[in-house]
Design a binder for this molecule. Structure first.
Ligand code: C5P
Length: 206
């Protein structure tokens, strides 16, 4: 069983992916971390985010230990990730490892922007998780404050809108629901409500 969760920043897809993975006992890959870690490698090496050769080398060189640093989840890295994620060569460099993860014999849960459209077009279940930009900005502000970042709601809302526009407008694997994805709008749902809806969609598909 492959569960593909896609959607814009702070839609709740990551939380749902973790909870669905725990519920079904499946491994989970947060694919946003791959782009975040690629961006971090470039920034740490004082390279430009649009240096294609260095970005591809960074993507190819990702190691498991790269994903544990707290800084990866921060605001700056989300923004930088969406810049490197628009480079087709970077996306190409990350496809094989994501597909290999999806093809694990026991199944898998993956969340990102292009799981249902590019990485696992034959996924058993595809859910496109969305919510209003305002609801997402509120959640992201709470999350970042919880991690000790001093954040301003309006700045976060601007970030989210900018990131949505960049992720949706890019030519390669833009953010969009797969034709056969179920849309789950979490604007008015708490975590329990969103999980119940995601479980209902999944149970209907398996
Ligand atoms: O989901 P997260 O906020 O961690 O993703 C960071 C950025 O990585 C996104 O804004 C998007 O540009 C990129 N991304 C992507 N494809 C994925 C996952 C993330 O392009 N499958």
């Amino acid at each position: 069983m492959i569960i593909a969760l896609d959607g814009p920043a702070a839609s709740g897809k990551g939380t749902l992916a973790r909870k669905l993975a725990a519920h079904y006992g499946l491994p989970h890959l947060d694919t946003g971390l791959l782009y975040r870690a690629t961006a971090r490698t470039l920034m740490d090496g004082d390279a430009r985010l649009d240096d294609v050769a260095k970005a591809v080398a960074a993507a190819r060189g990702l190691a498991l230990t790269d994903f544990e640093e707290d800084r990866l989840r921060g605001r700056e890295m989300g923004e930088a990730a969406s810049v490197v994620a628009a480079i087709p060569e970077v996306r190409a460099a990350l496809i094989d490892m994501q597909r290999a993860f999806a093809q694990r014999p026991q199944g898998a849960v993956l969340d990102g922007r292009d799981i249902g459209t590019v990485i696992a077009p034959h996924a058993t279940v595809k859910i496109f998780v969305t919510a209003s930009a305002e609801a997402r900005a509120q959640r992201r502000a709470l999350e970042l404050r919880g991690r000790g970042e001093a954040v301003d709601y309006h700045a976060i809302l601007d970030d989210i809108k900018k990131r949505d526009a960049r992720d949706s407008a890019r030519a390669d694997a833009p953010l969009k629901p797969a034709p056969d994805a179920k849309i789950l709008d979490t604007t008015d749902l708490n975590v329990e409500g969103a999980l119940a809806a995601a479980l209902a969609i999944t149970e209907a598909a398996i």
